[in-house]
Design a protein around this ligand. Structure first.
Ligand SMILES: *Cc1c(COP(=O)(O)O)cnc(C)c1O
Length: 416
C-alpha cells in the first residue's frame, strides 16, 4: 500500500498504521468475527469512490456523475446474487447492525414482536439486547438451545404459536451448530410470520459451499461482509423479490444517507474473490481446522459448548472446565500473542463482563494458510496458557513460539 504521503504529512497516524500492520502480522488472530482481507480489497477501499455522493440505486440516483458508481454497485449486486443465489440484493448497509435495523423497519411496525435467539445462547446484540435501539422499538422474545446444544424445533413452534410474532429470526454470533433452515421457514409460515436469518458469521462458509445455503428458505437474509466472507467492513441485505422495494426504501431514504462507494467497490472485489474456486477450498479448510481445535481441546479436558462445532468457531467453558474465568483466560492468551474474546455461555452464571467462556474462531489464521498440523499445536498452546495463566515466565516463552509460527505464515508482505 502506498503510504508515502501519510508518512510525510501525518507521521503520528502513519506510525500507528505501521504498528497495526506489524501487530496483525505477528499476532495470532483467533477472534471468530475477524479476518484478513486481500491486498486487492484494501486497494479498492482506498479509492476516489470515497468522494462520491450516490444516494439512490444504479440508474436511479439523486445526483449526477454516476457512470462509474453504477458500474461498481451493479457488479457488487450481480456477484453477490450469483454467490448466494439471491433474488434481490442491497449492498449499501454500512454494517451488520444497521442492516438488521433496516430489515426490521422494512417489514415491521413499532411494537411488533420478533422471536430471536436468546443472547447468552448465541444470539447477537441486535437480536434483542435491551441496550439496543431495536429493542426499544420492537418486542423481542428469546428462544434457547437445549442441553445437548441443539434447538428443539417443536418447542420453538409452540413458542411461536403462543407468542404470535411478526418475525422469526434465525442466526447467531456465538453458536456452533447448523440450523435447520426448513424448520424455521415452516414454523414462520404456520404462524404467518416473516422469516429472517442473519448470516453475519457464516456468510463465507455458505458462499464457499462448506455449509448449506439458507437463502431459499427465508424471506430476508442479512449479513456482514467482513467476517468469514473476507470482505471490507460492511453489511448487505438479500431478500425475495416481493420484499425488494420495502428493503431498498427502508435503507434509503429510510435509514441511511449516501452509500459508502469506496466500500461497495471493495465489497464487489471481495465477492469476486469468493466466486473463485479457491474460496471453496478456504471455506472447507475452516471447517476442518475448527474440528481439529475442538478435538484437541476436548482431549485436554475442556468443555466445548453445544457439544461440538459444525462451523468456524468453538465456545469453550473455561470456568467450568478449569476454574479459570473467561477474562483471565483471554488475558493469558493475550500475553502469548493469541487474541480471542471472553464470551457468555448459555445461561451463564457469571456476568457479561466476567463470563465463563471464551470464543475461538479459525477464519483469520486459515486465511494465513494454517492447516490441521498448526491448529493442533495452537490448541495445545491455548490449553497450556490457560492452565498456567499465573506463570509469567512460562507465558513469555510460549509467546516466542507463537511469534515464530506467525512469521512462517506471512501476511501483508508488500504493505510497507
Ligand atoms: C457481527 C454481527 C452483527 C453486527 O455487525 P457489525 O458490522 O458489527 O454492525 C450482526 N449480526 C450478527 C449475527 C453478527 O455476528
Amino acid at each position: 500500500m502506498n503510504l508515502k504521503n501519510l508518512k510525510k504529512t501525518d507521521p503520528e497516524i502513519y506510525q500507528a498504521i505501521v504498528q497495526e500492520i506489524k501487530r496483525q502480522q505477528e499476532g495470532m488472530e483467533l477472534i471468530a468475527s475477524e479476518n484478513y482481507v486481500s491486498e486487492a480489497v484494501l486497494e479498492a477501499l482506498g479509492t476516489v469512490f470515497t468522494n462520491k455522493y450516490s444516494e439512490g440505486y444504479p440508474g436511479k440516483r439523486y445526483y449526477g456523475g454516476q457512470e462509474n458508481t453504477d458500474i461498481i454497485e451493479s457488479l457488487a449486486i450481480k456477484r453477490s446474487k450469483k454467490l448466494f443465489r439471491a433474488e434481490h440484493v442491497n449492498v449499501q448497509p454500512h454494517s451488520g447492525a444497521p442492516a438488521n435495523m433496516i430489515a426490521y423497519s422494512a417489514v415491521l411496525q413499532p411494537g411488533d414482536k420478533i422471536l430471536g435467539m436468546d443472547l447468552s445462547h448465541g444470539g447477537h446484540l441486535t437480536h434483542g439486547h435491551p441496550v439496543t435501539l431495536s429493542a426499544k422499538i420492537y418486542k423481542f422474545i428469546g428462544y434457547k438451545t437445549e442441553a445437548d446444544g441443539s434447538i428443539d424445533y417443536q418447542k420453538l413452534e409452540k413458542l411461536a404459536i403462543k407468542e404470535k410474532p411478526k418475525m422469526i429470526l434465525a442466526g447467531f454470533s456465538a453458536y456452533t451448530r447448523q440450523l435447520d433452515y426448513k424448520k424455521f421457514s415452516e414454523i414462520a409460515k404456520k404462524v404467518g410470520a416473516i422469516s429472517m436469518i442473519d448470516i453475519a458469521h457464516i456468510a463465507g462458509l455458505i458462499a464457499g459451499k462448506a455449509i448449506p445455503n439458507p437463502i431459499s428458505y427465508f424471506d430476508i437474509v442479512t449479513t456482514t461482509t467482513h467476517k468469514t466472507l473476507r470482505g471490507p467492513r460492511g453489511g448487505m441485505i438479500m431478500c425475495k423479490n416481493e420484499f425488494a422495494k420495502a428493503i431498498d426504501k427502508a435503507n434509503f431514504p429510510g435509514f441511511q444517507g449516501g452509500p459508502h462507494m469506496n466500500n461497495i467497490c471493495a465489497k464487489a472485489v471481495a465477492f469476486g474473490e469468493a466466486l473463485h474456486p479457491s474460496f471453496k477450498t478456504y471455506a472447507k479448510q475452516i471447517i476442518r481446522n475448527a474440528k481439529v481445535l475442538e478435538t484437541e481441546l476436548k482431549k485436554r479436558g475442556f468443555k466445548i459448548m453445544f457439544e461440538k462445532t459444525e462451523n468456524h468457531m468453538v465456545l469453550v467453558d473455561v470456568f467450568g472446565s478449569k476454574g479459570v474465568p473467561g477474562k483471565i483466560a483471554e488475558e493469558a492468551l493475550d500475553k502469548i500473542g493469541i487474541t480471542v474474546n471472553k464470551n457468555m455461555i448459555p445461561d451463564d452464571p457469571h456476568s457479561p463482563f466476567d463470563p465463563s467462556g471464551i470464543r475461538i474462531g479459525i477464519p483469520a489464521i486459515t486465511t494465513r494458510g494454517m492447516k490441521e498440523k498448526e491448529i493442533k499445536i495452537i490448541a495445545h498452546w491455548i490449553a497450556d496458557a490457560i492452565e498456567n495463566h499465573a506463570d509469567e515466565k512460562f507465558l513469555r516463552n510460549l509467546h516466542e513460539q507463537v511469534k515464530k509460527l506467525c512469521r512462517k505464515f506471512v501476511i501483508y508482505k508488500h504493505l510497507i
